[in-house]
Design a binder for this molecule. Structure first.
Ligand code: GLA
Length: 725
């Protein structure tokens, strides 16, 4: 049984494919965490408690006749606020007395197959109840009567689990939720490093790794979206954990708004990590009988380093997060006009793009920003989703027909959550954007954020989108989001509820995404936020692919793609070949092949030689699709660790095929360099596609491939395709 409750010892044990997670109902209903890590058979781990594990110099507890038990130094599952445990809390509810002391203890539990959906929120799903088992633990604050259900789901085929929380108010009067963390994991050691993904526009998801110290460490967003600055991902790893070795605990928040992940070392050298909605700027009024569902945290454990952790995330997301036909269907290879034309295009110009694209075997033309209202630059028209027929040379349907006449699919750009200061929509409804009374609104890219917490605002925007999508043959939508939220408040909420705006905004966005994916199930959605400013599992639930970054310089892209791959699969990473001069088409293509693949340039500029390379790339895209999109990623040389080269490979699940790619970032110093491959079957022989050379998996993984013969100049790259004999 994946989840058991040992009645006698009052111990819960949750086993995923590769991890065990154990906690007990201690005296007075405290939920005491006992173990999280590699799968173990025992349940009798509660004995630790009697070994003085929680010994404290000055214990502080309520009604427990054990001088050594002190909540402040005990590992807890769901720590309250201001009551005994004074570390970062998991929940804080202000009550009618005006204080927020919260102390929730075990009441009951249930265990059942499957996984419940989270109301209004994206979450991992199961295709069949046999794929996962869920434990619900009901806890209650005996003074206020406020309750919470802690959800734990373990997956049968993955070393993964999820946690989330629903707070319920059955008390008969209003209470105010000030803080709710979706996960809280306590360790009895702080011998860890923390890995996070930081960045900015054009430099998203760079890897950062630092040892935990007694200084509280964490990442956060209070920008209204998950943000370029920090991704809602963190890994707690052994100091000596590398790609192949050591314990790694990965945390990823299925949410697209404000978040925190914090690691705090307590005075007794244990570590607490919490992850959830950023409590800064958050408060939720819970009327009597109402509940609040917090988003979920995905937790992956790997005992075999970061590589295995990432592969688990990738497979998990491909089967339990990305939905609909595009999870596994071959994605159209696209060409997007943004970097080639900006908004300075006409229908005729794009038709020439389509004509060239068709000659090269490209599947889809995407018309980016600039097709609506009077939008010839970024100062106007967001919100005025009316086709600029003058620019397109007639109605949208006629223009699309011209594209489709070449046998191409057609995609279009929207930025639904925004309104330009210079727009008819803003002039008609100035109060429809996020704002607070009496204060100027910060402007960014000449636009404001529409108040998607309000139904009438959402309905209006959605009706325009729905009209365009239902009246035209559109196969793909790029959903953009090009500024952060500031002066956050909503004209639709009373003063006492203004701090609900951030979260209500995210729920509103999810509502529209939900309507869109339900009404147009065949539509392929690509998320985007000034490049990769909202690359998170919440968005991935709706849009199977997300534009990684506006930085299409291939060498810069390497560290962005390596960082992104910590938890997001190749099939989610929007990556295109652009006109960037840093490397030739071959290298640009080799790097973009790691992602969804496409072009971001003017195909009219191609020379005959370019065309030949591009045709070959289009063939390669199809040839290597399965191994990249359905295979396993091995990061061989990480650009942050090596100044000269980056290398990675994909291996098919059956280990019959592999694609190896290596890029020279700076002319290397070494006389000869052997790249040791990973993930192959040592006993199999593999033939290298181009040369016909045959090597054993053992040779390729132990002796390696000598790279020097493949070119050593800046920007050189190669890829090798191996098939087993
Ligand atoms: C953002 C996106 C770009 C492009 C522009 C259009 O910056 O990241 O790819 O769509 O908006 O304005």
């Amino acid at each position: 049984m994946p989840v058991i409750f040992d009645e006698e010892r009052k111990i819960f044990k949750l086993d995923s494919a590769g991890s065990s997670y154990i906690f007990e109902v201690y005296e007075q209903g405290y939920l005491v965490h006992l173990y999280y890590g590699a799968k173990i058979p025992d349940t009798n781990v509660g004995g630790f408690i009697d070994k003085g594990f929680f010994a404290s110099e000055c214990p502080m507890n309520i009604n427990i006749d054990n001088p050594r038990f002190s909540p402040d130094v005990s590992p807890l599952e769901f720590s309250g606020e201001g009551s005994g445990d004074l570390r970062s809390s998991t929940i804080a509810v202000r009550n009618q007395d005006g204080n927020n002391v919260t102390d929730m203890r075990y009441v009951s539990h249930k265990i059942y197959p499957g996984k419940p959906a989270l109301e209004g929120l994206p979450a991992l799903y199961v295709n069949d109840d046999s794929e996962a088992t869920t434990l619900e633990v009901l806890v209650r604050d005996s003074v206020t009567g406020v309750e919470a259900i802690l959800y734990y789901t373990v997956f049968e085929r993955f070393s993964a689990m999820t946690r989330s929380v629903k707070v319920i108010n059955p008390t008969g009067s209003e209470v105010y939720l000030e803080r709710v963390m979706s996960s809280c994991v306590d360790w009895d050691t702080h011998d860890f490093d923390m890995i996070t993904l930081y960045g900015k526009w054009l430099k998203e998801r760079s890897l950062e790794r630092a040892p935990l110290t007694h200084i509280k460490q964490g990442i956060a967003s209070k920008r209204g979206s998950s943000s370029h600055h920090h991704n809602p991902f963190a890994a707690i790893v052994d100091h000596d954990c590398n790609e192949d070795y050591g314990s790694a605990y990965g945390f990823n928040f299925v949410y697209s708004g404000n978040f925190i992940f914090e690691a705090e070392i307590d005075p007794f050298a244990g570590t607490r990590t919490v992850m959830g909605i950023n409590p800064e700027g958050f408060e939720w009024t819970l009327g009597s009988g109402e509940s609040f569902t917090a988003p979920e945290v995905v937790m992956v454990y790997s005992g075999r380093g970061l590589g295995e952790m990432s592969r688990t995330f990738h497979r998990l997301y491909m089967t339990h997060l990305v939905r609909g036909k595009w999870a596994h269907a071959v994605r159209p290879l696209l060409i997007n006009n943004w970097e080639a034309t900006g908004m300075d295009f006409t229908g005729d110009k794009l038709v020439t793009f389509a004509e060239r694209a068709k000659e090269l075997g490209i599947d889809m033309l995407v018309m980016d920003d600039g097709w609506f209202g009077r939008r010839d630059d970024d100062t106007s028209s967001l919100g005025d989703w009316f086709v600029n027929e003058e620019k397109l040379g007639g109605p949208l349907s006629g223009f699309i027909d011209r594209i489709k006449a070449f046998g191409l699919k057609f995609g279009i750009w929207f930025e639904p959550e925004m309104v330009s200061r210079d727009s008819d929509l803003y002039r008609a409804h100035p109060d429809w954007c996020i704002h607070v009374p009496r204060r100027e609104k910060s402007i960014s890219r000449s636009q404001y954020v529409l108040d998607f917490s309000r139904e009438e605002v959402r309905d209006y925007i959605y009706s325009l989108m729905h009209g365009i999508l239902s009246e035209n043959h559109i196969d793909y939508v790029k959903w953009d989001f090009n500024r952060y939220l500031s002066e956050v408040g909503s004209a639709g909420l009373p003063a006492s509820r203004q701090k609900e705006t951030f979260h209500r905004y995210v729920l509103g966005t999810y509502d529209i995404l939900n309507r869109l994916t339900s009404d147009f199930p065949d539509l392929l959605l690509e998320g985007c936020a000034s490049g990769g400013g909202r690359f998170d599992p919440g968005m991935l639930y709706y849009s199977p692919q997300i534009w990684c970054s506006d930085n299409t310089d291939p060498i810069e892209r390497l560290s962005i793609q390596f960082g992104t791959s910590m938890c997001y699969p190749a099939s989610s990473m929007g990556a295109h070949v652009s006109a960037s001069r840093r490397a030739g088409y071959e290298t640009k293509g080799n790097i973009a092949l790691w992602g969804t693949f496409g072009y971001e340039l003017d195909p009219n500029t191609f020379t005959e030689d370019d065309k030949e390379i591009i045709r070959a790339q289009v063939n390669e895209y199809h040839k290597y699709y399965d191994v990249i999109h359905e295979g396993d990623l091995y990061r061989l040389i990480t650009p942050d660790k090596n100044d000269f080269r980056a290398a990675w490979m994909f291996v098919s699940r059956d280990r019959q095929a592999a694609l190896v790619t290596s890029v020279v970032m700076r002319t290397p110093e070494d006389r000869s360099f052997y790249l040791k491959l990973k993930g192959l079957d040592p006993d199999k022989y593999y033939v290298e596609d181009e040369s016909g050379e045959v090597y054993s998996g053992a040779l390729l993984m132990n002796a390696g491939l000598c790279l020097n013969k493949y070119g050593n100049a800046d920007g050189d790259s190669f890829k090798l395709y191996l098939r087993s004999l």
